[in-house]
Design a protein around this ligand. Structure first.
Ligand code: ADP
Length: 194
């Protein structure tokens, strides 16, 4: 993939990395996605939109019951697609719920479905005039997707979108652990070096 990116900041202790893609910014931070002040945060949901563990549970706990009510009204979401609800009690105005693939060895379209989960989330954000959005590391928890491969797909998809569209100004990946942040940083450097 050919694109231009500019390294804006990379802290020595590895706590944050920020690049510019076109007019937009892509950043990697360690943190809790429920506390982000971006206009939208993305939930790694299940296809029944029923809530659950991991980041899904954390978002529903922090946002309150209204999010689950809105999810019930929507009904469900196929793998690789995304739906939007309000952010209820969260700082974010919206939650975009997307469903990543369960990893079953890599031969069942997992890579395409994971890329689609990111792309559909970005399109939904742009369609709702969302200028800033935070993503967790979709599918790399309970769904078992190996994180290096998942990070590469996530970053490639976001960079390609930002190159094509000026609609979203800030995309932030919020990684829950230092180890996950490091994987994303390494993959972003590799993408830039390609
Ligand atoms: P999936 O079912 O898509 O694999 P999980 O929620 O199990 O989703 O895990 C996805 C990632 O989200 C994991 O790396 C997990 O550590 C991370 N995570 C869990 N809670 C939070 C949170 N509050 N903020 C950001 N990331 C989180």
């Amino acid at each position: 993939m050919v694109f231009r990116w500019v390294l804006l900041a990379s802290a020595q202790r590895g706590s944050e990395m920020k690049i510019s893609v076109g007019e937009s910014v892509l950043e990697l931070v360690r943190g809790d996605i429920t506390r982000q002040e971006t206009e939208a945060i993305v939930n790694a949901a299940n296809s029944r939109l029923a809530g659950g563990g991991g980041v899904d549970g954390a978002i529903h706990r922090a946002g309150g019951p209204r999010i689950l009510e809105e999810c019930r009204a929507i009904g469900g979401c196929p793998t690789g697609r995304a739906v939007i609800t309000s952010g209820a009690n969260l700082k974010a105005k919206y939650v975009i719920h997307t469903v990543g693939p369960v990893y079953r060895g890599g031969g069942r379209g997992e890579a395409e479905l994971l890329g689609s989960a990111y792309l559909e989330s970005l399109k939904l954000a742009a369609g709702n005039d969302v200028r800033s959005i935070s993503f967790p590391s979709i599918s790399t928890g309970a769904y078992g997707y190996p994180i290096a491969g998942a990070a590469r797909i996530a970053l490639n998809t976001v960079v390609a979108f930002l190159e094509e569209s000026g609609a979203v100004w800030l995309v932030r990946f919020v990684l829950f652990s230092e180890a996950d942040l490091k994987v994303y940083e390494d993959e972003l450097r590799e993408i830039g070096a390609d």
